[in-house]
Design a protein around this ligand. Sequence first.
Ligand code: GAR
Length: 202
Amino acid sequence: MLKAKIAVLVSGGGTNLQAIIDAQNSGVIKSGEVALVISNNSGAYALTRAENAGIKAVCISKKELKTQEAFESAVIAALEENGIDLIVLAGFMSILSESFTSRYDHRIINIHPSLIPSFCGQGYYGLKVHEAALKKGVKVTGATVHFVNEIPDGGEIIAQKAVEVMDGDTPEVLQKRVMEQAEWIILPQSVEKISAELINEK
Ligand code: GAR
């Protein structure tokens, strides 16, 4: 295997997907290549970002497929059809079952917008994470990349980066700072690290 084949799972704006695409273009990611983008939301701007970059993009809707099982079967079919080695959750706002995560042990990574174990687990996603951090009054927050297992945000940590909280921050302002100073840096770096490890295993 020359490069690990990567699938990025998204739900929304896709700025982390964009950071991965940019890192691929600049050579920060050289051991892997994004072969597929899967969104669980047809309106996700991330799908447009994938199309603009010439990357195959599909929407698999849990709403239409009705059950978690049917949704995950469709995702697995798409991953297998495309020979995917590594799954990257980049703003993917749906929890995957244990039957899915155990199938891809140490082959799924996620970016979470806090320093795990703070402000993580079920119910902590997107802006809610930053709202909770501001409510608690922490002075430092950040982002974490971790392997995904059956415990939401509970898998082995791969990378973390701290970001300062400033007086007067709103959840939106803090989210943007955490993205710029942490997420868009450590996610591409981690994608490269894990891709390189997967290549060496083969
Ligand atoms: C990012 O901040 C990501 O860390 C977070 O959602 C945002 C998605 O933005 N993910 C989670 O909260 C997962 N629990 P993006 O679509 O622009 O990458």
